[in-house]
Design a protein around this ligand. Structure first.
Ligand code: PEP
Ligand code: MN
Length: 255
């Protein structure tokens, strides 16, 4: 599957939505159906979680991947997931359409080189405090080692501000676009850290010229095993999609 089939043709605004972590078959299936109905193109979800402490929920691992395979089959959605370890690439690759490299692994060069050998697109997220140059350099590890199907996902960086989880400078959308030929996606959930801030960042990303959006959606955010504060409910996601569709037509995009 190439970037065009995923929906990156310069016109579409590709929305990737789903839970932070895969928690159960019911949770993932229910969420996949809800986000698909609302117009999301790609199901986002993680089976392997890079958590700050080893005491936090680490994801369902292989069991999560089996669930993702079943949900993909039942919904027909394009699916992606985070890969933390080169040793997982083969098994994850049997299920997903797109690999995701998380912020904490942006400069895991061996992981990038292994992913470059795969014939699948890669979502590359910027590191927690990466400069544009470092983000672009990480992208070059993929392209120079043979994988040109890259989506640059901007998810903000750490600053001294605590009102948002990570500061997302909307000017970075155009700054990245001026330096690469790859689609630029914004992850509004991980930058916001708080559900009430997610819609405005998402709409700003669309208006600023991003090619896509990544957003976390959960059937019951309060009960989520990770990132409970920032995940949208189905209703909140539907209403965001509704608002984004109106903006999309005025900036020459389709959702
Ligand atoms: C994620 O998207 O699941 C995630 C952990 O985000 P980030 O790598 O941007 O922190
Ligand atoms: Mn998350």
């Amino acid at each position: 599957m190439g970037l065009k089939e995923i929906g990156f043709d310069g016109k579409n605004f590709a929305v990737m939505a789903g839970p932070c972590a895969i928690e159960s078959k019911e949770q993932l299936l229910e969420t996949a159906k809800a986000v698909k109905n609302a117009g999301a193109k790609v199901l986002r979800s993680s089976a392997y979680k890079p958590r700050t402490t080893p005491n936090a929920f680490q994801g369902l691992g292989e069991k999560g991947m089996r669930i993702l395979g079943e949900v993909k089959e039942e919904t027909g959605m394009i699916v992606e997931t985070e890969v933390l370890d080169p040793r997982h690439i083969e098994s994850i690759g049997k299920i997903v359409d797109i690999f995701r490299v998380g912020a904490r692994n942006m400069q895991n060069f061996e992981l990038l080189k292994e992913l470059a050998k795969q014939e699948k697109p890669v979502i590359l997220k910027n590191g927690l405090s990466a400069t544009l140059g470092e983000f672009l350099g990480a992208g070059e590890y993929l392209s120079q080692h043979g994988n040109e199907s890259i989506m640059m996902c901007y998810r903000g960086i750490r600053t001294f501000e605590t009102a948002t989880r990570f500061a997302l400078d909307i000017g970075m959308v155009q700054a990245i676009k001026e330096k690469t030929v790859y689609p630029v996606i914004v992850d509004s959930s991980h930058s916001a850290g708080k559900a009430s801030l997610v819609p405005s960042i998402s709409k700003a990303a669309l208006a600023a010229g991003a090619d896509g959006l990544m957003v976390e959606v959960h059937p019951n955010p309060e009960k989520a095993l990770s990132d409970s504060k920032q995940q949208l409910t189905f209703l909140e996601f539907e209403s965001l999609m509704h608002e984004m569709k109106a903006i999309a037509s005025s900036v020459g995009r389709k959702i």
